[in-house]
Design a protein around this ligand. Structure first.
Ligand code: PEP
Ligand code: MG
Length: 870
C-alpha cells in the first residue's frame, strides 16, 4: 500500500487520499506554480494509525523515510545536516478544509547545531535564532502538549526587560536567552531535554497531526459542519521558505475575490519580515495586498498573474497562502475560498457571465442552507439613525447582531441556556472559542484583520462579526471592555453591524434584507431548471405575503387551527368544544363562520390565482382548553358554568396519548358540523374573492390524518354536500378539489384505495415520521441527541427525512397511488419540505410540489433545481 506521495506524484482530484491541501499542492506543482518541494502522507495512513490503537505503522514510517531521502536529494539539503540543513513544515490537511482546527509545526529540523549553520548560511544570526525559538514554541505546544502561554510569558518578559514593543526589535542575543529559557520550560514539563534529533522530531510531529484529528475543537467543528469522523487527515511535509528573512521577505494570505461581498478584486493581507502564523494570528496588523506593489513591483506583478492563472484553472475563487523569501515568490497553499452567502451568489453569477462556468455549475455551487442566511435581518435603518454609536471595527462578516456581552465561550453557552441572546467579545478568537462563536448572535474582537480566525470562522458560519476594533480595550479576565472612559460589563447590551463594522450601545431592531440583482438572477436560473413546484406553509396573510415575495407558488398547508387561537375567537372555540348538545355547538359555529370566512377571504386575496390548500381542523380539542386551575376558574366565571362541572368536562376531553387520539379527520367524523362550518367558510370566502377580484380562486380542501379510505369518502361527501348548499344559496359554482394528507402508515400502505377518492395527496411527514418511528414529536428531543451520538439515526429524523424507513413507506404509497391514478398530484407539507436532502428524495419520487415555511422557500427552490441537476 502506498502511504506517501511526493507532490509531483499527486493530482488535484485526489482530495480524499491526499487531503485538500496535499491535492492542491500537487495540482499547483502540475500547472507550474512556484511551490516548495515536499510530500504528503495519506489520510489512509491516519486511519491506519487509529485502527492500530494510535501507533505509527512500520510501513508508513519506512515510506516517510524513503520520501524524506528523495526530498533531500531534490533540495540538496539534509534534515539535521550540518552543512546544508533541510527545514520543513508539517501541516495537517483533511479532505474537507477545517481552518485552524488541527495543528501545524514550522521550522522542523532545527536543533542546537543546525541553528548555527543556518545563522552562517543566511549570514543572519537573528533570523536563525528567531526561527529556532518559534520552532521550540510550536513543537512544544503541538507535539509535547506544553501550553503556549508558558512561552508567551517568557517572550513578553524579555521584551519588557529590554524595553521594546515590537518582536522584531529583539536582538540575536535576546533570542538566545529566550531559547535557553524555553528549553528550561520543556525540561521542567517533560523531565528530558527538547528533542534534538530531527528525524525523531519529524515522526513525533506527524503523529501529533494524526492525533489532532481527534482534538475537541476539531470534533466540534466536524459535528457542526457534518464532516464524517472517518475521513482522517493527511500530513504535508514541505521544505520551508522563509518570510522572516529581513525586509525583502514576507508572507501573506489572499483571496482572488472579496470573500465578504464577492466583488471581483484581489483581497488579502501580508506582513513583511514575518512568518506564516503572524498574519492570521492578528498580533501585528497586516497591510492590504494591493500595497505589495510598493514593496516590490516585480513580485507583485508575478503574484497578480499567478493568482489569475490559479482562478482560471480552478474555475472558482481561491484562498491562497504565499511567502516571499528574499524577493522570490512561493505559493504554499491554495484552496476554494470560504465566502459569505452574498459573496457565493455574486461570484457564481459573475463567473457564469465571465464564461468561466455554466449556469448549472453555478446553481450546484450554492449551498441551499446558505441561502437562508441571506434572508436574515439587517438593522432597521430608522432605528439605526437614533442608535448610540460606540466604535468601529472591520466588517468581517455581514449580518446584524444584538445581545448581552460575554467574554468566554462557557458564559455564552450558559446565556443561551437561559434563553438570552449574546455577543462574544474577545481580544482575538482562537479555535478554542468555537462553541461560544456557534452560540453567540455575533462576535466582536479587538485585534486581527479580515483574515483573522474570528473573521474566517464567522463568515463560514454566516454569523455577524466585527473584527479588529482597536477602539475598544478588552479585559477578558476581569470580564469588561472599555470604549474611551466608558465601561461595559458582562450582561450589558450592544449591537454589531457586520456590514459596516459599526458597534452600537443597546439593542437595535432589525429588518429584512433587500435582494441584490445577483440573487434575482440566480433564482431565475433556478426556476428555469426546477420541475417541482414550491409552495409554502402559511396561516396568515402576512406569512403568505412574505412567502410569495420569496417565490412561493401557492400554499401547500394552511393550518386552520392557528386561526382558532387568536384572542377574539378562542372563547367561541371553547363554547363550541364545551357544548353539550348539537344546537349549542351550532350556535358557536355560527359565530365562528364569519370570522373564518374573513380569514380565508384575506388569504385568497393575498394568494390571487395561486392555489391554496386549506386543511380542516386537526389538533385534539383539549389543546384549546385551559389546564391550570386559575385559568379554569376564570373560564367558569366567564361562561357561568360551575367550576367542578367544567373541570370534569375538561377531564373527559383529556387524553393520555393525544397525538394518537381524537384529532384529524376523527374530529370531522364525530363532529361533522365543525368541518361543515369550515368548508362553508372556505367556499363562501372563495365565492366572494372571485366576485371581488379578477382572480380564478383555486380551492383545495385537505383532510388530515386519514388512515382508511372510508374516512376520506365520508369527509369528501361532507365537503361536496356543503358545496352544493353554498352554491345554491349563492346561485354560483366554483371548482374545488378534495385531497388528503398521508401521515398515518396505514394510509401509505393503502394509498391505492385512498387515491380513488382523492384529488391530491400531501405527505404529512411530521406525523408520518412520528408514527413510523414511534417517536413522539414532542418528547423525542430528550433522547434524540443520544441516538445521533450513537449513530442509530445519523440526523434528526424530524428535520431530515429517514429515507430508509419513512422513505420506504412513501415509495410504496407513491407507487400504489400512481398505479391507481397516474396523474395524481403529490406533494409534501411536513417540515422536511424545506430540507435540501429530503427535497432530493421527494424529487426522485416524482413529487409535483414541496411546501415549507416562508423563509425556507428560496432554499427549497434552489434544492429542487439542484435535485434535477444531480
Ligand atoms: C405533518 O404531520 O407533517 C403535518 C404537516 O401536519 P402537522 O404538522 O400540522 O401535524
Ligand atoms: Mg400532521
Amino acid at each position: 500500500m502506498k502511504y506517501v506521495y511526493a507532490f509531483d506524484e499527486g493530482r488535484g482530484n485526489m482530495k480524499n487520499l491526499l487531503g485538500g491541501k496535499g491535492a492542491n499542492l500537487a495540482e499547483m506543482k502540475k500547472i507550474g506554480l512556484p511551490v516548495p518541494e515536499g510530500f504528503t502522507i495519506t489520510t489512509e495512513a491516519c486511519n491506519l494509525y487509529y485502527d492500530e490503537n494510535e501507533k505509527m505503522n512500520d510501513d508508513v514510517i519506512s515510506q516517510i523515510e524513503q520520501s524524506l531521502a528523495a526530498l533531500e536529494k531534490k533540495t540538496g539539503k539534509i534534515l539535521g545536516g550540518i552543512n546544508s540543513p533541510l527545514l520543513v513544515s508539517v501541516r495537517s490537511g483533511a479532505a474537507i478544509s477545517m481552518p485552524g482546527m488541527m495543528d501545524t509545526v514550522l521550522n522542523l529540523g532545527m536543533n542546537d547545531i543546525t541553528v548555527q549553520t543556518i545563522a552562517k548560511l543566511s549570514n543572519d544570526e537573528r533570523f536563525a535564532m528567531d526561527s529556532y525559538r518559534r520552532f521550540i514554541q510550536m513543537f512544544s505546544d503541538v507535539v509535547l502538549g506544553i501550553e503556549k502561554y508558558n512561552f508567551d510569558l517568557i517572550f513578553d518578559d524579555v521584551k519588557e526587560e529590554k524595553g521594546v514593543q515590537e518582536d522584531t526589535a529583539l536582538s540575536a542575543d535576546d533570542l538566545k536567552n529566550i531559547i535557553e529559557r524555553y528549553k528550561q520550560v520543556v525540561f521542567k514539563h517533560m523531565n528530558k531535554p527538547f528533542p534534538q534529533d530531527p528525524k525523531e522530531q519529524l515522526m513525533m510531529a506527524v503523529e501529533a497531526v494524526f492525533s489532532s484529528w481527534n482534538n475537541p475543537r476539531a470534533k466540534i467543528y466536524r459535528q457542526v459542519n457534518e464532516i464524517p469522523d472517518e475521513l482522517g487527515t493527511a500530513v504535508n511535509i514541505q521544505e520551508m521558505v522563509f518570510g522572516n528573512r529581513g525586509q525583502s521577505s514576507g508572507t501573506g494570505v489572499a483571496f482572488t475575490r472579496n470573500p465578504s461581498t464577492g466583488e471581483k478584486a484581489l483581497f488579502g493581507e501580508f506582513l513583511m519580515n514575518a512568518q506564516g502564523e503572524d498574519v492570521v494570528a492578528g498580533i501585528r496588523t497586516p497591510l492590504p495586498v494591493s500595497s505589495l506593489k510598493e514593496q516590490n513591483e516585480t513580485v507583485y506583478n508575478e503574484f497578480i498573474q499567478t493568482v489569475d492563472k490559479l482562478e482560471k484553472h480552478y474555475k472558482d475563487m481561491q484562498d491562497i497562502e504565499f511567502t516571499i523569501e528574499q524577493g522570490k515568490l512561493f505559493f504554499l497553499q491554495t484552496r476554494t475560498g470560504k465566502r459569505t452567502a452574498t459573496a457565493a451568489i455574486k461570484v457564481a453569477v459573475d463567473m457564469v457571465e465571465e464564461g468561466l462556468i455554466t449556469k448549472e455549475e453555478a446553481i450546484l455551487r450554492i449551498n441551499p442552507e446558505e441561502i437562508e442566511k441571506l434572508l436574515h435581518p439587517t438593522f432597521d435603518a430608522n432605528a439605526l439613525k437614533g442608535a448610540k454609536f460606540l466604535a468601529k471595527g472591520l466588517p468581517a462578516s455581514p449580518g446584524a447582531a444584538s445581545g448581552k456581552v460575554y467574554f468566554y465561550s462557557e458564559d455564552i453557552v450558559k446565556a443561551k441556556e437561559r434563553g438570552e441572546k449574546s455577543v462574544l467579545i474577545r481580544m482575538e478568537t482562537s479555535p478554542e472559542d468555537i462553541e461560544g462563536m456557534i452560540n453567540a448572535e455575533g462576535i466582536l474582537t479587538a485585534r486581527g484583520g479580515m483574515t483573522s480566525h474570528a473573521a474566517v470562522v464567522a463568515r463560514g458560519m454566516g454569523k455577524c462579526c466585527v473584527a479588529g476594533c482597536h477602539d475598544i480595550k478588552v479585559y477578558e479576565n476581569e470580564k469588561y471592555f472599555t470604549v474611551g472612559d466608558k465601561k461595559f460589563y458582562e450582561g450589558d447590551e450592544i449591537s454589531l453591524d457586520g456590514n459596516t463594522g459599526d458597534i452600537y450601545e443597546g439593542l437595535i431592531p432589525a429588518t429584512k434584507v433587500e435582494f441584490s440583482g445577483h440573487f434575482g438572477k440566480l433564482m431565475q436560473w433556478v426556476d428555469e431548471l426546477r420541475t417541482m413546484q414550491v409552495r409554502t406553509n402559511a396561516d396568515t396573510p402576512q406569512d403568505a405575503k412574505t412567502a410569495v415575495e420569496f417565490g412561493a407558488e401557492g400554499i401547500g398547508l394552511c393550518r386552520t387551527e392557528h386561526m382558532f387561537f387568536e384572542e377574539d375567537r378562542i372563547p367561541i372555540v371553547r363554547r363550541m368544544i364545551l357544548a353539550r348538545n348539537i344546537d349549542d355547538r351550532r350556535k358557536a359555529l355560527n359565530q365562528l363562520l364569519p370570522i373564518q370566512r374573513e380569514d380565508f377571504y384575506k388569504m385568497y386575496l393575498e394568494m390571487g390565482d395561486r392555489p391554496m390548500t386549506v386543511r380542516l381542523l386537526d389538533p385534539p380539542l383539549h389543546e384549546f382548553l385551559p389546564h391550570e386551575d386559575k385559568d379554569i376558574q376564570a373560564l367558569s366565571d366567564d361562561f357561568g358554568i360551575d367550576c367542578d362541572v367544567l373541570k370534569a368536562h375538561i377531564g373527559e376531553l383529556s387524553e393520555h396519548n393525544p397525538m394518537l387520539g381524537h384529532r384529524g379527520c376523527r374530529l370531522g367524523i364525530t363532529y361533522p358540523e365543525i368541518y361543515e362550518m369550515q368548508c362553508r367558510a372556505i367556499f363562501e370566502a372563495a365565492i366572494k374573492a372571485t366576485k371581488d377580484t379578477k382572480y380564478t380562486i383555486d380551492v383545495e380542501i385537505m383532510i388530515p390524518l386519514v388512515g382508511n379510505k372510508i374516512e376520506l369518502d365520508l369527509m369528501r361527501k361532507l365537503a361536496e354536500d356543503t358545496a352544493t348548499k353554498v352554491f345554491e344559496e349563492n346561485q354560483t359554482t366554483i371548482s374545488f378539489k378534495v385531497g388528503t394528507m398521508i401521515e398515518v402508515p396505514r394510509a401509505a400502505l393503502t394509498a391505492d384505495s385512498i387515491a380513488e377518492n382523492a384529488d391530491f395527496f400531501s405527505f404529512g411527514t411530521n406525523d408520518l415520521t412520528q408514527m413510523t418511528l414511534g417517536f413522539s414529536r414532542d418528547d423525542a428531543g430528550k433522547f434524540l441527541p443520544i441516538y445521533k451520538e450513537k449513530e442509530i439515526y445519523e440526523r434528526d429524523p424530524f428535520q431530515t427525512l429517514d429515507q430508509t424507513g419513512v422513505g420506504a413507506l412513501i415509495e410504496i404509497a407513491v407507487t400504489k397511488a400512481r398505479k391507481q391514478k397516474q396523474h395524481l398530484k403529490i406533494g409534501i407539507c411536513g417540515e422536511h419540505g424545506g430540507d435540501p436532502r429530503s427535497i432530493e428524495f421527494f424529487a426522485k419520487q416524482g413529487f409535483d410540489y414541496i411546501s415549507c415555511s416562508p423563509y425556507r422557500v428560496p432554499v427549497a427552490r434552489l434544492a429542487a433545481a439542484q435535485a434535477n441537476l444531480k
